[in-house]
Design a protein around this ligand. Sequence first.
Ligand code: SF4
Length: 239
Amino acid sequence: MQRYLTLEAIQAKCDSLMNEYEIDEEKFYHIVEKWAEEDAPIETKLLASFSELLQVVSDEISSMEKSVELQATCRLGCAFCCYFPIIINEMEAKFMKKAIANFPASRRMKVEEHLVHYYQKYGESLKPILELDFDEDTDFKLKYRKSLIPCPMLNTETNQCMAYEIRPLPCRTYVNYTDPKVCEDNLMPKETISFEFLYGEYMGALNEFLQFLYEKGDTGFIQYPEDAYKHDYLANWLR
Ligand code: SF4
């Protein structure tokens, strides 16, 4: 029988991470500096820096895990975390939508059809949870989670994300290191870990890049800085 880490053991490893690990900020800023100099269309620069920054978030988590010998127990086809609210800003939503629009035609059509069915199926039941005030309501996560409505990008037949490589930061930073059953048995498992603090480096680098483009007079399909300040549920952005 497989033995999993206890909550205490996970907490101890996280504590030593916090005390000893230094986030490599340079990796984040290196990407935007590289794309700032690149001779490429603005849309290419924006989408490439967005997806590369997301990848750096994932790489940084892997590096932290390695440093304290943590191994995620999340597995392909396990998608309980895809029933949590995902909140992103309008800039990230536009990046996602543009990246989906650039998927190969058959994949893009599948996503589009899926989204049509999704909003037909959940339209009415989504209304109350998408009105939950995530700034003021301290209980909004649990209320949203209780609705048992999946993320719009989740294929509930395969339990796989239809936009996996561009999945937003909250999806990458939520990890389980103990028995996967804790996610199945609890709406809000206390054992899971969030690396959401990496948002600072990720969004800091993106903002720096957009600021640079803004000063140059071309931010492409992004309305800057307005888009960086508007936050909403992914299910509202993709509607
Ligand atoms: S975007 Fe993908 S990974 Fe994130 S919650 Fe939705 S289905 Fe899950």
